[in-house]
Ligand binder design. Structure first.
Ligand code: AMP
Length: 290
């Protein structure tokens, strides 16, 4: 099935009117890869045989800081539509910035609150304001019953859920698991920036997460003690991996967990290899330590 391609708000409205419910939205910035396919398959599971899938493809300038990769972010719409055809998507909504932000800079934006200023929000000021603003706009334009987001961007998923709860949005948010390449690297549209050697350096992220998860019984200190040396080793590789944060968070609040914490946690890492910023995370169950 070839999806309907909507490039304008009017085109989307016309396509939306034909869609059988429930409608599931998968928001993306395009350059679709295996991780996005995981989202689409999760979406199908939730929409059942009768529902329909909408994929948005929009490189949202509002969530990029100055000096970030807005201009070089990969744009592969033709290929994205072909992938959506393979995955049974009904509508691809691929507006340009003049459709989404007709007045240029947006006057009213979503404030992501305190969690939006931690971790990714601390390193990328304004990032989550941009993400939540475009997600809210997409929800208003597409009016989905369900929206699927990746666990790969765990803080984003948390904040979208928080926005839906706090602003009473009538959308059911569903999480899809993180897709990885065979070598362990979480798939990302940005992985294409990496040289072969850069990719080897980047693998320290998933290795650090696995080492941390294996040490989970020993509690927070043991997890961090297992993960950090792997990143330290990659810091002297060529090209070096420059770690930004390694953090253990309570998935219910995203607060950093203290030394005595036990139970469900998220181990979150972020780093740069050259100009390429990469993030990854792993859920784990912390023991009380020894
Ligand atoms: P992006 O196009 O990178 O903005 O991502 C769009 C959606 O795909 C977000 O909900 C991401 O969390 C999700 N996503 C990106 N990469 C992965 C991955 N490797 N596994 C699962 N979901 C992913």
């Amino acid at each position: 099935m070839t999806p309907m391609l909507a490039r304008t708000l009017a085109g989307l409205a016309a396509a939306r009117a034909t869609l059988p419910a429930p409608v599931t939205l998968v928001p993306t910035m395009g350059a679709l890869h295996h991780g996005h396919r995981t989202l689409l398959r999760t979406a199908h599971e939730h929409s059942g045989h009768t529902g329909s899938l909408v994929v948005s493809v929009f490189v949202n300038a509002l969530q990029f800081g100055s000096g970030e990769d807005l201009d070089r972010y990969p744009r592969t719409l033709e290929r994205d539509v072909a992938i959506c055809a393979e995955e049974g998507v009904a509508v691809v909504f691929a507006p340009d910035a003049t459709q989404m932000y007709p007045g240029g800079a947006q006057q009213i934006t979503v404030n992501p609150g305190p969690v939006g200023r931690l971790l990714e929000g601390a390193s990328r000021p304004g990032f989550f304001d941009g993400v939540l603003t475009v997600v809210l706009k997409l929800f208003n334009l597409v009016r989905p019953d369900v929206a699927v987001f990746g666990q790969k961007d765990a803080q984003q998923l948390f904040l979208v859920r928080q926005m839906v709860a706090d602003l009473n949005l009538p959308v059911d948010v569903v999480a899809a698991p993180t897709a990885r390449d065979l070598d362990g690297l979480a798939t990302s549209s940005r992985n294409g920036y990496l040289s072969q050697a850069g990719r080897v350096s980047a693998l320290a992220l998933s290795r650090a997460l696995r080492a941390g998860a294996e040490a989970a019984d020993g509690g927070p200190a043991a997890v961090l003690a297992a993960a950090r040396p792997i990143l330290a080793e990659a810091a002297v590789a060529d090209p070096p991996l420059v770690a930004d944060y390694v953090n253990l968070a309570d998935p219910r609040t995203f607060a950093e967990v203290g030394a005595g914490y036990s139970g469900e946690a998220l181990l979150l890492v972020a780093a740069k290899v050259g100009d390429t910023r990469l993030i990854d995370n792993m859920p784990l169950t912390l023991g009380g330590g020894i």
